[in-house]
Design a protein around this ligand. Structure first.
Ligand SMILES: *Cc1c(COP(=O)(O)O)cnc(C)c1O
Length: 383
């Protein structure tokens, strides 16, 4: 039995050893374990300093001001805080908000919840390649539209939305623009000094940091109003209460620092591996790539295998840790809402597999994976 080859980096990434090291230094009595909110002693000041350094590492990675970075438990919480917090802060009676049908559940479910609170919602349907256009967004805007939320990189297809142009439309109409960037850090250039984004969600564990920590960027100029969703202690300038987890925060800081340093080199290497993999399998019968062929990140391949059901494919692919549909919906048999919204038919949605490479993927692993996929698919189609 071949050891498992991890090809599911879009679901989560292993912690980088350099990240694990700085985290370990913030746990035990001989380390930086104190409460960063403790003002009365030196251990507290040291923990506060470590948090401050991490906040700057994260801000620097996305060219923001450190005061614009609020720590949360991950992108799910950041999305909740951004959207509910912004909608709560807007006093007007009728509110309309816009998102895209291919968003992560951590956006879709927040929007669904807000419809029960009387907020009107529009879900834009992307083109077959996964992209939403500027004109589509413009047409959906109404006089009472208060917020638009569009993800940077899609977690299932890797498709990159044109955040600059979509955000510019929101600016023109004086509408708040939120962007879920959980999948784009370390893969795309993010420059919040020029990007027309008011709120941006981040997660550490998609970028070689630990699970359970993330951040929300809240723009200061022009200042974005947000109502806190978590009360008690007024940490994070009142936006998000709760004792700061120093070990998680320094881990995220280090992970984002590494991501900024390695991004160009790493994405070029991963892109080559991904292309090699695609070249080896693309000749299989009835195979197709889901999502735009070039406007996507370097690590992701979302492939439909014609008539082969992913329930049939997955066990046969066994030594390869890949994902069928979205990782978050793989427990159920319903096809991916992302592919369905892109107009992929039921057969091809049911046969879709997401392969996502990362920092620790090797040539040998990709060669093995390519051969194995060709073997398995040839055998199954011959049946
Ligand atoms: C993983 C992911 C999330 C959720 O992030 P957590 O930090 O696990 O809460 C949200 N949005 C996208 C696009 C993701 O890929």
């Amino acid at each position: 039995m071949h050891p498992t080859i991890y090809l599911d980096y879009a679901s989560t990434t292993p912690v980088d050893p350099a990240v694990a090291k700085v985290m370990m230094d913030c746990l035990t009595l001989d380390g930086n374990f104190a409460n960063p909110a403790s003002r009365s002693h030196r251990p507290g000041w040291m923990a506060e300093e470590a948090v401050d350094i991490a906040r700057h590492q994260i801000a620097d990675a996305v060219n923001a001001d450190a005061r614009e970075i609020i720590f949360t438990s991950g992108a799910t919480e950041s999305n909740n805080l951004a959207i509910k917090g912004a909608v709560d802060a807007i006093a007007q009676e009728n509110k309309h908000i816009i998102t895209v049908a291919t968003e992560h559940k951590a956006i879709i479910d927040v929007f669904e919840y807000l419809t029960t609170k009387g907020v009107e919602v529009t879900y834009l349907k992307p083109a077959k390649d996964g992209l939403v256009s500027v004109s589509q967004l413009e047409e959906a805007i109404r006089p009472h539209t208060v917020l638009v939320s569009i993800m940077h990189v899609n977690n299932e297809t890797g498709v990159i939305q044109d955040i600059e142009r979509l955000g510019a439309v929101c600016r023109d109409h004086n509408i708040l623009f939120h962007c879920d960037a959980a999948q784009s850090t370390g893969k795309c250039d993010i420059d919040l000094s020029t990007m027309p984004v008011d709120l941006m969600s981040f997660s550490a564990h998609k970028t070689y940091g630990p699970k359970g920590i993330g951040a929300l960027f809240i723009r200061r100029k022009p200042k974005v109003q947000i109502i806190a969703q978590m009360h008690g202690g007024a940490h994070e300038r009142g936006f998000r209460s709760g004792t700061l987890p120093t070990h998680q925060i320094v881990g995220m800081g280090k992970a984002f620092e590494i991501a900024a340093q390695e991004r160009l080199h790493e994405q070029a290497r991963i892109g080559q591996l991904r292309d090699t993999l695609w070249e080896s399998v693309r000749h299989l019968p009835d195979i197709r790539l889901n999502g735009h062929a070039s406007r996507r990140v370097a690590n992701t391949l979302n492939i439909s295998f014609g008539q082969l059901d992913s329930q049939q494919l997955m066990p046969a692919l066994m030594p390869l840790a890949v994902s069928s549909g979205s990782a978050c919906t793989s427990a159920t048999m319903t096809p991916s809402h992302v592919l369905t919204a892109m107009g992929v038919d039921q057969v091809h949605a049911h046969s879709a597999i997401r392969i996502s490479l990362g920092r620790f993927s090797t040539n040998e692993e990709v060669d093995f994976a390519a051969n194995h996929i060709v073997d398995v698919v040839s055998k199954l189609t011959a049946l």
